[in-house]
Design a protein around this ligand. Structure first.
Ligand code: SF4
Length: 374
């Protein structure tokens, strides 16, 4: 146990205690008492998307007053605000291949001199890094090998949730109907292509969207198998569906906290100590301690500046609160970079970022304490 704080007792859940205890043992072997987060600024480059996920509130269609693609000036303004607030990561999130569905967006890109949204994204990543020193991490949805090659030199890491490995969810009335980029084969091909390109990668699953428990296990095992082949999965996110008004799944049941915690612990036992396991605190404000007890070692990106544009009604908890809860479990909260400590080698850090990473990272691979801000 950490020397700086005495832990409050674990809350007991008789039918899951063994699973949770084993998950904590595995975590302790991986990171000791350290739990991490990344201080990030969220840049929603475009909310146009060709897919139609039944749980999404982010995507908009052209003509909708809230549809928006950020200009370079807007991107820089948000990034500068993030820099002033002590962020190290610029998280670019955006819809999937909107130019394939919307001629207006294709024409807008052409006027800017870009053939695709991914090309525009790459240019914005470079701009942000050059102007602010923030480390870009992009989540642009499914990617081909060529698209990953384009993004690799201008991103320290990339991400894409597998979400599910169930092709059943593509059927009419299911979560991924009319979502060509959510076909499991397409997403697994993206994770594989990232491994082949030696890109440190984030993936994970979304629970409560119509999948069975066995299908969750299937998805996690598929990710683990790819990680065994390429060694590139630095973190796995277990995200829970939250119902919102104005979506097709508005009345779909949400998974409860214990269900989420059991899935977290299961992920920990499938991945062992090698891969970070994370659950979003803003979607689970009442279950933070439970998630720690179930074996997470990371809270993900926390923004002091911008909303979570994917889940705008769920604010991030304030860092002092996250620190307090983490310490109540006998653990220590530390800031990390978008690249985890075990990926801070020349194999994984694109050349352009090596000096910047050296400046920010301490010997243990986490952010130097003098750069941390609470
Ligand atoms: S969840 Fe992502 S892929 Fe699905 S509609 Fe929303 S933005 Fe598009």
């Amino acid at each position: 146990m950490s020397a700086f704080v005495s832990a409050e007792p674990v809350i007991t859940h008789p039918d899951s205690d063994d699973l949770f205890a084993e998950a904590r043992r595995i975590r302790a072997r991986r990171t000791g008492s350290v739990v991490t987060y990344s201080r990030k600024v969220f840049i929603p480059l475009t909310n146009l998307c060709r897919d139609r996920c039944a749980y999404c509130t982010f995507a908009r269609q052209p003509g909708d007053g809230k549809a928006h693609t950020m200009s370079p000036e807007e991107v820089l303004a948000v990034a500068e605000a993030g820099k002033r607030a002590g962020c190290k990561e610029a998280l670019f999130s955006l819809g999937d291949k909107p130019e394939a569905r919307y001629p207006q967006h294709r024409e807008w890109l052409e006027r800017q001199g870009f053939a695709s949204t991914i090309e525009y994204l790459a240019a914005m990543c470079q701009l942000v890094f050059e102007q602010t020193g923030l480390l870009p991490h992009s989540n642009p949805g499914a990617m081909t090998g060529a698209e990953i090659e384009l993004l690799r030199p201008v991103n320290v890491s990339l991400g894409m949730m597998l979400e599910s490995k169930s092709a059943r969810l593509l059927e009419r009335g299911q979560a991924h109907y009319a979502c060509p980029d959510k076909a499991p084969a397409v997403r697994l091909a993206t994770v594989r292509a990232a491994g082949e390109a030696r890109v440190a990668f984030t993936s994970g699953i979304l629970i409560g969207i119509g999948e069975t428990f066995e299908e969750r296990v299937d998805a996690l095992v598929a990710l683990r198998d790819l990680h065994r082949q390429y060694g590139h999965l630095q973190e796995v996110i277990i995200q829970n569906f939250r119902a919102k008004p104005d979506i097709p799944f508005a009345h779909h049941a949400e998974p409860d906290s214990l269900d989420l915690a059991r899935t977290v612990a299961m992920a920990r036992s499938i991945f062992g100590g090698e891969v970070s396991v994370q659950a979003p605190p803003n979607l689970n404000p009442a279950a933070l301690r439970l998630l720690l007890d179930a074996g997470i070692n990371d809270w993900g990106g926390i923004s002091p500046v911008t909303l979570d544009h994917i889940n705008p009604e769920h604010e991030w908890p304030h860092l002092p609160e996250l620190k307090r809860v983490t310490e109540s479990a006998g653990l220590e909260l530390r800031e990390r970079l978008p690249l985890y400590p075990n990926y801070l080698t020349d194999t994984w850090i694109p050349e352009a970022f090596r000096d910047r990473v050296d400046t920010l990272a301490s010997d243990d691979g986490l952010v130097k304490r003098e750069w941390e801000r609470w």
